[in-house]
Design a protein around this ligand. Sequence first.
Ligand code: GDP
Ligand code: IMO
Ligand code: MG
Length: 437
Amino acid sequence: MSRGRTAVIVGAQWGDEGKGKVVDVLTRTFSIVARYAGGHNAGHTVIIDGKKFILQLVPGGILRPGCISVVGNGVVIDPLAFLKEVASLRAAGVKVDGNLFVSNRAQIILPYHRMMELGSENAPGRVKIGTTSRGIGPSYEDKMGRRGLRVADLLDTPLLRTHIENACREKNMIAHALFNSDPLDADQMFREYSAAAEQIASFVRDTALLLNRALADGKSIVFEGAQGTMLDIDHGTYPFVTSSSATSGGASTGTGVPPTSINTVIGITKAYCTRVGSGPFPTELTDAQGEELRKRGHEYGAVTGRPRRTGWLDLPLLRYAGMINGISWLVVTKLDVLDHLAEIPVCVRYKIDGKETEEVPAQACGYERIECVYRNMPGWASPTRNVRTVEALPKAAREYLAFIEQETGARVGIISTGPDREQTVLVPEFVSALGLN
Ligand code: GDP
Ligand code: IMO
Ligand code: MG
């Protein structure tokens, strides 16, 4: 049997592009969804027949009966957050037993990770990133420092006890010295996390083996990205980024599926731009138009409830995301949010020191020198919400999408015209290219 199809879903902006919705649409025909990076800093919204789910650690496949969901080795897992999410899915009648698997090599987030992050974010003289306060960064620090605890170690009770005792002693000393934090109690932590380990054990697998075997059996896999290209630890607006490889390369290292087995990369972009937290945002609107986008798009963080910063579509960044990820198909979400506009400004080029450039600055301070060159696209000023076919979209909306294709060199495969699973336009060429029919 031939090896199965694979597609990476990657955020092409600063996260919250609508990845959760797109993964859900694709599970119509894909058999496995594998999350490859991040942790419960993510908030992926899926709306099915008006019923809303916000997934943080559990991949979107969980909402499609028959689909397998895998939390890959590249993810950092807070066991208590994972169990809470599983419990709320169960309470909503969602099956989570026998169809949800967690990598034995994924890293664990422990309470001292949150303690370190809190101290660091509030310490004078440190750059405030505006993180989600979930302990994500410190957990990845321990991973790279080769002193992390992995899922397999969480299940190894004597090792768990020793690890927590040693790590707590060390972290308490550091946090007290640097941030004057109150110490955490190792005994209590061990009791809580060994109890959590018992409940997690049945989900744990060697997921790299599971995924590669599934591919060999002809099964298809969606790799579910979290965050977005501009939040990637290497390629984003460093240091205002998250601590993982959010870009498509992370799909391979974060699951153990080799890059040669990855067929397609699908970049998700809003029809405009948003960002949560601090850091550069060249097309940001701080005026009434920005507020209007926030209101119409309900731009408040799915996890933290923080208002999202809003701005116009940034094509130089989208081209950059295309290059870094290898995006061949784009999904444009939230087209309906622009329905009220007679004209839509789009940033087509950057000028730095008066010269046009395709180079994205390596330093966050470099963005201050960017002058955005805008082009005003005609708006459609009519409703696109609920539209389900390309032909039914207003002419100006089709031209807006064609302009994005022309400027990025990628094809638009899906257009999202509302948050619900059904409020989706599937472009026929995309459906046949991805084998969605
Ligand atoms: P993710 O993190 O990339 O999965 O995105 P989020 O779920 O954090 O944020 C996207 C938000 O936009 C959610 O509230 C979705 O329900 C909503 N959404 C997704 N697609 C559309 C769309 O086409 N139109 C509108 N109006 N909302 C959408
Ligand atoms: P999804 O998957 C949007 C942002 C935070 C902060 C920075 C670092 O829903 O698109 P962290 O807690 O990761 O150390 O915070 O990254 N951030 C996100 N912004 N969507 C996300 O995930 C995000 N995950 C992290 O706001 O600026
Ligand atoms: Mg989100």
